[in-house]
Design a protein around this ligand. Structure first.
Ligand SMILES: [Zn+2]
Length: 137
């Protein structure tokens, strides 16, 4: 995101990571995600009721197909939110262990900018791919 004026960001990024209070940020995010999960569960419940009422043949009823598609979307989003919650829980554990903000691969501090964008980051940018593909030992 560059500003329209083209002026460089005058704010130096010198604030140490511990001044971010990531724990508070993560707990707020956690609460938001949990209420989101509750709303998603309600949506899912109404979808199940809708499909039970119509008892539609998904193959031939276009509406049934739409419902099936939307239900799949909803399930995918629910999965995503659950995974995100797990990541946040893991990040909170790392804060408790005092290992938060360090790359799991090279053990170097993760840049503050990255933690701001992704407070649940377990690795530096350089090792993000390795962690994503499960190559962390
Ligand atoms: Zn690293």
């Amino acid at each position: 995101m560059t500003s329209a004026t083209g002026a460089p960001d005058p704010t130096p990024h010198l604030i140490p990571a511990q001044h971010l209070d990531p724990a508070q940020h993560l707990r707020e995010q956690r609460a938001a995600l949990q209420s989101r999960l509750g709303a998603l569960a309600e949506d899912m419940g109404s979808f199940f009721e809708a499909s039970r009422d119509s008892n539609a043949d998904d193959e031939h009823d276009p509406e049934g197909q739409t419902i099936a598609f939307e239900r799949a979307q909803l399930a995918a989003v629910t999965d995503q939110v659950r995974r995100h919650l797990q990541e946040i829980d893991a990040a909170l554990e790392r804060i408790a262990d005092d290992t938060y903000g360090r790359c799991e691969v090279c053990r170097l501090p993760i840049p503050r900018e990255r933690l701001e964008v992704r407070p649940t980051a377990r690795t530096c940018v350089q090792h993000a791919d390795a962690a994503a593909s499960g190559n962390v030992t």
